[in-house]
Design a binder for this molecule. Structure first.
Ligand SMILES: NC(=O)NCCC[C@H](N)C(=O)O
Length: 407
C-alpha cells in the first residue's frame, strides 16, 4: 500500500492509480447543455459503469491498486470543519448566490454521509430534488421564474481523472482548467492534497489559483528527467512557463521540459489525445498533426535562468536526442489510413495507458490502431468502449497514476 506520490515516467510498472467510476452525473446530461458540459452525446450509465468496472478489473489483474476519487475525497473530510468548508466552497464555486437556495442545498448535502455527499456533489442537484424540502425555497424557485432545471450543475467529466490535477515525480500540480465546467472538479483535488492523510504533504508544482489554464492531459512524463507539456486548446504558454520554473528548480529529477505546440481544436484538446508513450522508445501518434507540431526545449542554465529554444527536425529525432535513445518508433493511429486515423483518433486510438514498458490498455473499438501497436511488439489489454468513449477520452484520460515503479 503505497502512500504519497511517485510518478517518474509514462511507462514504469503501474502500482496505484486513481479512477472515477461514472455515476449520477451522466444521468444529468441534457441535449441542450451538452456542448457547455463538453460532451457530444449521452452515455448509457449502466453500460458505462460496466465498461468502467472492466477497466478497473483489467488494471487490478495487472497488479495495480485502484483507488476511487469519491473515496479519496471522503477520506479527506477529516473533521466537521473540513466538511463545512468543502460544502461552502463547493456551493460558492457552483454559482449558488441566493441565500435560500444555499441554505436548502446545505441542508440537503449536510444530511448525507460523507461518501454519499461527495457523490451528490458530483452528480449535481436538480431543483426538483429540493423543492419538496422547503416551502421557503419553493417560494423562491417559483418567484425566480427561470426554468433552468439544476440548482447545481453536474460534473460529467470527472471520470477523466487525468485532467484536473496531475502527479509529477513526487509532487502534484492542481490545475486551473480552461472551462468553467471542469474548473469545479479541481476543488476535490484541493481537498485531497490539503487534508488526505496519505497525500497532504506532497509538494505542489502548480495551483488552481493561477491565472492561466493547465490541464493534466497535456502533461506527459517522458522520463525521470524530461517532461512534455502540450500547448493546446486547454493549456496556455504562461502556465507552462510557471510549471517549468517550479518543477525544474524544485523537483529532484526533472531537468528539461519539452513544450509541444499542437493545433488548438476540440478533437485534439490535449497532447495525450494525439500522442502517448507505449514503450521506452515507442510512441503512438495521430499522423495528421505530425507536420503541425513544433517543439520548444526549456531548461535552466547554470545561473538558474530559463532558456528556451525551438527544435527543428522530425519528432523522432527530437525524442531520440532528448531521451538519449538510439532509435524511436512512432506508431501512427489508423496505421497509415487517413480515414481510420481520423475515426479512431476521435475515439481515442492514440490515448493509451501504459501499465508497464511495452504494455498498454486500449479501447477495443480502435481495431486498426490496435493491430498496428501489436505489430510493433506492444502487448495490449483491451477494454470495452462503446459508452465511455462518448465523453471524448480514452484509457489515459480516465486514469491518474499515483505510484509507478521507476522505468
Ligand atoms: N486527457 C484527455 O484528453 N481527457 C479527455 C477529456 C474529455 C472531456 N470531455 C473534456 O472535453 O474535457
Amino acid at each position: 500500500m503505497e502512500t504519497g506520490i511517485h510518478n517518474t515516467s509514462e511507462i514504469g510498472r503501474l502500482k496505484k492509480v486513481l479512477l472515477h467510476r461514472p455515476g449520477g452525473e451522466l444521468e444529468n446530461l441534457m441535449p441542450e447543455y451538452l456542448e457547455r458540459l463538453l460532451f457530444d452525446d449521452i452515455p448509457y450509465l449502466k453500460e458505462a459503469q460496466r465498461e468502467h468496472d472492466a477497466f478497473a478489473d483489467c488494471l487490478r489483474q495487472q497488479g495495480v491498486e485502484v483507488v476511487y476519487l469519491r473515496d479519496l475525497v471522503a477520506e479527506s473530510i477529516t473533521d466537521a470543519d473540513v466538511r463545512a468548508d468543502l460544502i461552502r466552497q463547493f456551493l460558492e464555486e457552483s454559482g449558488v448566490r441566493d441565500d435560500r437556495l444555499r441554505e436548502s442545498l446545505e441542508d440537503y448535502l449536510s444530511a448525507l454521509p460523507d461518501k454519499e455527499m461527495v457523490s451528490a456533489m458530483m452528480a449535481g442537484v436538480r431543483k426538483s430534488q429540493l423543492r419538496t424540502n422547503s416551502a421557503r425555497l419553493g417560494d423562491y424557485l417559483s418567484a425566480a421564474g427561470d426554468d433552468y432545471p439544476f440548482a447545481v450543475d453536474p460534473l460529467p467529466n470527472l471520470y477523466f481523472t487525468r485532467d484536473p490535477f496531475a502527479t509529477i515525480g513526487t509532487g502534484v500540480s492542481i490545475h486551473k482548467m480552461h472551462t468553467a465546467t471542469r474548473n469545479r472538479e479541481t476543488l476535490f483535488g484541493k481537498f485531497i492534497f490539503e487534508h488526505h492523510p496519505d497525500y497532504r504533504n506532497v509538494p505542489r508544482w502548480y495551483d488552481r489559483g493561477e491565472t492561466s489554464s493547465l490541464e493534466g492531459g497535456d502533461i506527459l512524463i517522458l522520463s525521470p528527467q524530461v517532461l512534455a507539456v502540450g500547448i493546446s486548446q486547454r493549456t496556455e504558454e504562461d502556465s507552462i512557463d510557471a510549471l517549468a520554473e517550479t518543477v525544474l528548480s524544485e523537483s529532484k529529477t526533472f531537468r528539461k521540459l519539452l513544450a509541444f505546440d499542437i493545433p488548438k481544436s476540440r478533437s485534439f484538446m490535449h497532447l495525450d489525445t494525439v500522442f502517448t508513450m507505449v514503450d521506452r522508445d515507442k510512441f503512438t501518434v495521430h499522423p495528421n498533426i505530425l507536420q503541425q507540431i513544433t517543439v520548444f526545449v526549456m531548461e535552466l542554465d547554470e545561473n538558474r535562468k530559463m532558456k528556451i529554444r525551438q527544435e527543428d527536425g522530425r519528432l523522432e529525432d527530437i525524442l531520440k536526442e532528448h531521451l538519449g535513445l538510439d532509435r524511436v518508433t512512432l506508431i501512427p493511429c489508423g496505421s497509415g489510413s487517413e480515414i481510420d486515423a481520423a475515426r479512431e483518433q476521435w475515439s481515442d486510438g492514440s490515448n493509451t495507458l501504459a501499465v508497464g514498458p511495452g504494455e498498454v490498455v486500449v479501447y477495443s473499438r480502435n481495431a486498426v490502431t490496435n493491430r498496428a501497436l501489436e505489430e510493433a511488439g506492444i502487448r495490449l489489454h483491451t477494454i470495452p468502449s462503446a459508452e465511455l468513449s462518448r465523453g471524448r477520452g480514452g484509457p489515459r484520460c480516465m486514469s491518474m497514476p499515483l505510484w509507478r515503479e521507476d522505468p
